[in-house]
Design a protein around this ligand. Sequence first.
Ligand code: GLN
Length: 490
Amino acid sequence: MSAAFTDATATRDAVRSRKAKALEVTAWAIERARRANPRLNAFHEILEAEALEQAEAVDRRIAAGQDPGPLAGVPVAVKDNIATRLGRTTCSSRMLENYRSPFDATCVERLRGAGAIVMGKTNLDEFAMGSSSEHCAWGPVRNPWDDERVPGGSSGGSAAAAAAGLCGVALGSDTGGSIRQPASLCGCVGFKPTYGRISRYGLVAFGSSLDQIGPLTASVRDAALAYSVMAGVDPRDSTSAPAPVEDPLSALDRPIEGLRIGVPSQYLSQANDPDVNACVQASLDRMVKAGATLVPVELPLTDVGISTYYVIAPAEASANLARFDGIRYGFRAKARPGQSLDDLYAESRGQGFGPEVQRRIMLGTYVLSAGYYDAYYGRSLKVRRLIKAEFDRAFETCHVIAGPASPTPAFRMGGLADPLQMYLCDVYTVNTNIAGIPGISVPVGFVPRDGKPLPVGLHLQAPAMADALLLRAAAMVERLHPEAAQRPSG
Ligand code: GLN
C-alpha cells in the first residue's frame, strides 16, 4: 500500500476523489501503528474498532454524494491530554487512569466534522510537564530514529507518530515548547499557533495563559490544513480569538517577496550543540541564496525566559491541578525522618501524581504563597510584559525570527536526570508562549550521533495573528530542504 497515506493532503485527495476508501486508509494506518507501537510506545490506545466505524461513516457520506470534508479519511492521533469521547483521556497520569470524557474537545469535534478519523491517543509527559516524554505513567516514548533516545516532550507520542508516518495528523499541546521541541527531535513539522487561535476547550489545562493546541505533521501544508479546520473563535473558550482566521492554504506555495528573517544574536549561542548551530546556519544560508535577507535583532531576555516560564507555568498548573482530588497539598506519602525527596517520590509513584507533577505543584504553590507572591509571580508577570515588548520591537525590522527549536538533538533516555537541565531544553521555545505569538519547527537536516542520523528543526516565530505568514515562511524553508523530509526506517 502506498506511503502517501501518511500525508494528510494526499490522503484526503485520494479519499475525496474515490481513489481510496477511508476504511482502507484507516485499516492501513491502524496496522502500521500496531506494528510500531511495541517499540515506540507512541500510543496509549489505538482505537481500532472506533476508527473503522468512523471511516465507514465517511465512506457512506461519499457514497451518498455528500461532501465528506477537507480532511476526509485522514487518521488523526490525539495527545492524551485532549478530551475525546472515544477511548480514555489519561494525561499519562495514574490520577486519570480510567477517565473517559463525556465530550470531544472543540478541536477534535472540528476535525471529525471535517471527515478526519480519531485513530488513537498518544503518550506524553504526565499532564504535559516535561521535555522528554519520560515522565509517563505507562512507560516512555522512544525516538523513531534511535530507540535509546528520547523523542522530546511533552508531545513525544504525537511527534513520534507523525515522524514515523503512523497518522496523517497528530495533535499536540504547547505550553512552553511541547509541540515544537519534540517535532524538532523527531523530524516532523510542529506548529503552535497564536495563543487563542485554536480553542482550548477540552484540553486539560496546564498553564492556561500559555497553553495552545496545534498539529504535528509530515509537511507544512498538512499543518496548515489541520490548522485551517481547527482555528477560529469558540464560545466555549472565552480566550479564543474572535478575529477571522486568515486562510493559510491559498498563498502557501507563493514565496514571501523580500522576506526578512530576524536572527537574534542570542539564538546561535555557544551553549548550543555546535552541529545544531551549523545546521541552522546552513539553512539560513540557503534562505539567503533564495532571496531572503537576514536581519540582526536583539532578544536579550531570551535567557530570562526559562526562569519566568518556570514561575508562571507551575503557578498556573498548581491552581489548575487543585481540582484533582487526593492531592492535599502535593504529597500523599509521608516522609520518614531523613528520607530523601527522590525516594519519597519513588514510593508514591503509582498512586497519584508522579514526581515532576508534584515538583510543579510545590513550585507553583510556593511562588503564589502570600509572602512570596510579589517576589516571584508578580515579578514574572512584569518580565512577561518586557519579553513581549522585546518581540514587538524585533518584529519592526523583520517578518519572522529564526533559530534552533532545541539547543541539542535528541538526547539519551535518562540522560537529563537533573530537572533543571531538563528545563533548559526549552530555552528557545518558552518565550513564544510567554509572548503569545505563533511558532513552528521545520526539519532542516540531520546530525550524526552513534552512526545514526538525528533530525534538527529550524524554529520560526512571527507576530501574533500572523499565523498564515508564518506558515508561508515555513513552506519556503521546507522547499529548500527536500532531503530533510526523509522518514525513519522500521
Ligand atoms: N517542557 C516544558 C515544561 O515542561 C513545556 C511543556 C509544554 O509545552 N507542555 O513545562
